[in-house]
Design a protein around this ligand. Structure first.
Ligand code: CA
Length: 242
């Protein structure tokens, strides 16, 4: 089925133009003109593949819509492109802070926007489609370092940037013990407010999120953590085989 684009824009002319052009490119579209409508549409039965989000909506700021979509498990990873007349660096930063993936300043060319949409959808391809070829498979865990994404048994695991960095660091040094102090230096870059206890808390959370693959991270009591050297063959028995 064609990919679904949710267009959130209160300027009717622009909304119609966007809808027309996206449909012509073969996408399916859904539209919303307020933040409320947008949230209902995005959280409805079918999660959009990408969202175009106007920053200035009549009932709530686009940044608020973005924030709420990021809080919901189903839409946490959904690509969001912000559309705005504001080009200030401040607004751009706010957009990224609330989790926008890209930013297009009005007036923009439709052609440029379509290119961005296509690029963002390509980046968001699930690993099973093997578009990027960057995903490493370790037993039941798959990880795409460039895309900052991880999957267990083909089910995506939602990790924060920090959790992902922690997992990646352990993975890159698999088979070798990483002390809490080393992890603090490399993952947290020595923020003065964090303690070794923080490392434990985060490892625990990453393990929980990885579920069956959580056991790949071993604890060496009093020392630190280690990603296991080799994932045994039988650990993949629960997942599909080609
Ligand atoms: Ca607007």
């Amino acid at each position: 089925m064609a990919q679904l684009v949710l267009i959130i824009e209160d300027e009717k002319d622009l909304l119609v133009t966007l809808e027309y052009n996206l449909k012509r490119e073969g996408y399916r579209t859904r539209t919303a003109t307020t933040g409320r409508e947008a949230l209902l549409a995005a959280l409805g039965t079918e999660t959009p593949d990408v969202v175009l989000l106007d920053l200035m909506l009549p009932d709530m700021p686009g940044t608020e819509v973005c924030r709420r979509l990021r809080e919901n498990e189903r839409t946490r990873r959904m690509p969001i492109v912000m559309l705005t007349a504001k080009t200030d660096e401040v607004d751009r930063v706010v957009g990224f802070e609330v989790g926008a993936d890209d930013y297009v300043a009005k007036p923009f060319s439709i052609r440029e926007l379509l290119l961005r949409v296509r690029a963002i959808l390509r980046r968001a391809q699930p690993v099973s489609q093997e578009e990027s070829g960057q995903a490493h498979q370790l037993g039941r865990l798959a990880i795409d370092v460039a895309a900052h994404r991880a999957w267990v048994d083909k089910e995506e695991v939602s990790l924060t940037a920090l959790e992902f960095r922690l997992l990646r660091t352990l993975l890159e040094r698999r088979g070798r013990v990483q002390t809490r102090e080393a992890l603090l230096t490399d993952v947290w870059e020595m923020s003065p407010e964090v303690t070794t206890r923080t490392v434990d808390t985060h490892v625990k959370r990453v393990r929980q999120k990885l579920g069956v693959a959580g056991s790949y991270i071993e604890t060496l009591r009093g020392v630190g953590y280690r990603f296991i050297e080799a994932v045994r063959d039988d650990s993949t028995s629960g997942s599909e085989r080609p």
